[in-house]
Design a binder for this molecule. Structure first.
Ligand SMILES: NC(=O)c1ccc[n+]([C@@H]2O[C@H](COP(=O)([O-])OP(=O)(O)OC[C@H]3O[C@@H](n4cnc5c(N)ncnc54)[C@H](OP(=O)(O)O)[C@@H]3O)[C@@H](O)[C@H]2O)c1
Length: 398
């Protein structure tokens, strides 16, 4: 993945948004024409936050700008767990100019000692006189920043571009609320919902632009989950390849019996590595082959058919800091996720062809009634050459 921080050091070379656009980004674009300086500065902070896409877990994406006399004098964004938060980055760039300045932050400044000191203390030490943030921090440990700042005499305002800031960290807020990763199901399918022909051919149902977009989704994900059937059929590498750069999210292969080859491309140890999601009933000699290859078996609770339970796997991944998990198929695994109502968002790349027969994208038992079927809200269909990307957001209340 391009390391934007490596090639951006001066104020004159501002990092740009990637070509992955969300509804939040387009909302910001629409609003940035407004004359309201709060909106303009917070838009910039959101733009910076977004540079952390796919690299901040288990932390959220956060951006910050320091404004003095109507001018930005410092900018920062969070580049990953254990690295400085957005506020100290921006304050460092502002230096002495931070005294009496206003800070725009996309998330309420944190108020706790984690791997880095509290941002509230950094803001106070720098002498910032006002803090404007977009959305409150709901993390049990980090919350309380606004109160701390106010009690020290700093003016605090909240809610500027709150909807956009919440959308930007949709997966993180979700994951905090339900203590499980945000699950995005992805499939490339025909008009009739087939992901492969009856003979198993699936390369390529969609065209180059759709596949490139699929790589953007992989770049957002902390973990990619696939079934053993897909590994055996296609031997996918499951890396994100964009702009000549390759990144390696954690790859998790669901395989009850350890039947996949440890030499499959998905088990490459690069980046965040790979894991075999299985159960304690898997033959030990097969698991040993994976361990020898540096692939760690994750032992999940078995479902009624002896397969690793997806909900248990997601709980384990959450405890390991995965915020966004992408299920990339095949049909059996996507069907199992649907049956267990674990899907929070779908990305369906639809090609203008009818396959008929073949493999269904969601091959589980399915809903027994329409009222029981999980409902989704459409979000911005997008044409990608001849194909269409349809995103759906699961309607949930929690
Ligand atoms: N067009 C696309 O977007 C796309 C994407 C991916 C794949 N594909 C195509 O889809 C086909 C493979 O799909 P598939 O449905 O045959 O296989 P799959 O969903 O990739 O894998 C299914 C296998 O995963 C294992 N598994 C372990 N735990 C599971 C669980 N909790 N739920 C479900 N499965 C679990 C099972 O094998 P064990 O019982 O041995 O554990 C099961 O047979 C290939 O033709 C591939 O080309 C298309």
């Amino acid at each position: 993945m391009a390391r934007l921080d490596d090639n951006w050091s001066s104020r004159g070379r501002r990092p740009q948004l990637g070509h992955f656009e969300t509804s939040a980004a387009s909302l910001i674009a629409n609003r940035s024409a407004a004359v309201d300086p709060d909106v303009n500065f917070m838009s910039r902070a959101l733009e910076l936050a977004r540079l952390g896409l796919g690299r901040t877990a288990p932390n959220p994406m956060v951006g910050c700008v320091i404004v003095k006399s109507g001018q930005i004098v410092g900018e920062g964004w969070h580049k990953g767990a254990g690295r400085p938060h957005a506020e100290p980055e921006a304050l460092a760039e502002a230096g002495a100019r931070a005294r009496g300045a206003r800070a725009y932050v996309t998330l309420e400044p944190c108020n706790h000692h984690g791997r880095t000191p509290p941002c509230t203390e950094a803001l106070l030490k720098a002498g910032v006189s006002e803090v404007v943030y977009a959305v409150a921090d709901t993390h049990a440990l980090a919350a309380g920043g606004a109160t701390r700042l106010q009690s020290a005499g700093v003016k605090v305002r909240a809610g500027v571009l709150e909807t956009e800031a919440r959308e930007l960290n949709r997966a993180w807020f979700h994951s905090l609320a339900i203590r499980r990763p945000y699950v995005i199901a992805k499939a490339a399918m025909s008009l009739d919902g087939r992901i492969a022909t009856a003979t198993g051919q699936s390369k390529w149902i969609t065209g180059a632009l759709a596949r490139e977009k699929g790589h953007e989704l992989r770049r957002m994900a902390d973990a990619i989950i696939v079934g053993a059937g897909t590994i055996v059929a296609d031997d996918p590498a499951l890396t994100a390849r964009l702009d000549g750069e390759e990144s390696h999210p954690l790859r998790v292969v669901l395989d009850s019996k350890g039947r996949c080859s440890p030499g499959a491309k998905a088990f490459d140890r690069a980046g965040k590595g790979a894991a075999l999601a299985t159960t304690a009933a898997a033959p030990e000699r097969r698991l040993a082959r994976f361990r020898e290859h540096g692939v760690e078996p994750i032992l999940c609770a078995p479902d009624g058919g002896g397969r690793p339970r997806l909900d248990d796997l997601l709980d384990i991944l959450h405890r390991r800091g995965v915020v966004t998990a992408m299920i990339e198929g095949g049909g059996e695994v996507l069907g199992a996720a649907l049956d267990a109502d674990l899907i929070d968002e779908v990305w369906l790349f639809i090609a203008p062809l009818l396959i008929g027969g073949g493999k269904a994208a969601f091959a589980g038992a399915g809903a027994s009634s329409l009222s029981e079927a999980p409902h989704f809200d459409f979000s911005e269909p997008e044409m990608l050459g001849p194909d269409m990307l349809v995103r759906g957001l699961r309607r949930r209340s929690f």
